[in-house]
Design a binder for this molecule. Structure first.
Ligand SMILES: NC(=O)c1ccc[n+]([C@@H]2O[C@H](COP(=O)([O-])OP(=O)(O)OC[C@H]3O[C@@H](n4cnc5c(N)ncnc54)[C@H](O)[C@@H]3O)[C@@H](O)[C@H]2O)c1
Length: 305
């Protein structure tokens, strides 16, 4: 069977031997009955249980939306406040059912409170997810914070808090994910790093953040090697400047900063959170099954100049 024939909907199998004019006519009539997007099946998250930290808003929330759009129907949203995680879960289900065949009962999306900087809190959240779904296939560690202080002015308690969330939080999340994935045969873990792992952002000072993201990137490679033969893949997604609450908070104090960031980005603009959808689905799905310890940068070209 040719690739072309396999990619078409069932009922179109004879196309590979039909005359070209008939191919066009028959394809159009099939498409008129039901227009299904033709996508590589390995990108589908159908049947997979997904978990995203820091997902009540921002990039984490966008990753959840992308997962539901790609067929995931069992999803855990983790964030600091359980109430916010639950509101986000309800909003996600409602949004997914607009202009769609999906009904709310088709989706099992739960919102859980979890402070990723506490190992106990992460362990409890994973226990709840296992109780609810019985397995975990794809985990994204997106919870993270940034602050801008010059090195001399940065209070140590705030540096420590940043590392507790960005670095230790990613580690606790990955370790708990792998503990649950290894007995079931494997899974995919994506740690959200940043282009700041590779470049020094200007003009805002953020040395501990940059170092935390470099740590996260190398953590993913190191864990990827540790768990490679156990079926658990660990990769990094490193965004450039994206418009989320995190960056909007910074820009609120400095209107000219957005122009500076855009001028430093070859594409001339900041990214929208949905610009990461393709990359996160690729990493979470079987489409990336031979990939571990790797980084995908999505930064409008920032790092290459
Ligand atoms: N927005 C960007 O331009 C950008 C660029 C590169 C990397 N990133 C990274 O992407 C990730 C998400 O950033 P964002 O822009 O969506 O930020 P955001 O502030 O919009 O969202 C972060 C989410 O994480 C949650 N969170 C914070 N501390 C937590 C904790 N201790 N436990 C659990 N949840 C916690 C927050 O409540 C929030 O919902 C971060 O790791 C960030 O470093 C963002």
């Amino acid at each position: 069977m040719s690739f072309f024939t396999r990619a078409l909907p069932i009922g179109s199998r004879s196309l590979s031997i039909a005359r070209p004019s008939l191919i066009q006519a028959r394809f159009e009539s099939t498409a008129a009955v039901k227009r299904q997007p033709r996508v590589l099946p390995s990108f589908s998250l159908d049947g997979k249980v997904c978990l995203v930290t820091g997902a009540a808003r921002g990039l984490g929330n966008e990753f959840c939306r992308a997962f539901i759009q790609s067929g995931c129907s069992s999803l855990a949203i983790l964030d600091l406040k359980e109430s916010e995680a639950q509101v986000a879960a309800a909003e996600l289900v409602a949004a997914a059912c607009v202009n769609s065949d999906l009904k709310p009962e088709d989706l099992n999306v739960i919102g859980l409170g979890c402070d990723v900087s506490s190992e106990l809190s992460v362990q409890k959240a994973f226990e709840s997810v296992m109780d609810n779904f019985g397995r975990i296939d794809s985990v994204v560690a997106s919870a993270g914070i940034v602050e801008n202080y010059s090195a001399f002015d940065y209070p140590f308690d705030r540096i420590k808090r940043l590392y507790d969330i960005n670095v230790h939080g990613a580690f606790f999340t990955a370790r708990e994910a792998a503990r649950n994935m290894i007995p079931q045969g494997g899974g995919s873990i994506t740690l959200v790093s940043s282009m700041s792992a590779s470049v020094v952002n200007i003009p805002q000072p953020q040395t501990p953040y940059n170092a935390s993201k470099a740590a996260v990137r190398h953590m993913a490679s190191s864990l990827g090697v540790e768990w490679a033969k156990k079926g658990v893949r660990v990769n990094t997604l490193s965004p450039g400047y994206m418009l989320t609450k995190l960056t909007k908070t910074i820009l609120a104090h400095d209107q000219d900063l957005k122009k500076t960031w855009e001028s430093l980005t070859p594409m001339g603009k900041m990214g929208e959170p949905e610009d990461l959808a393709g990359a996160i689905v690729f990493l979470a799905s079987d489409a990336s099954r031979f990939m571990t310890g790797a980084e995908i940068r999505v930064d409008g070209g920032y790092c290459v100049i």
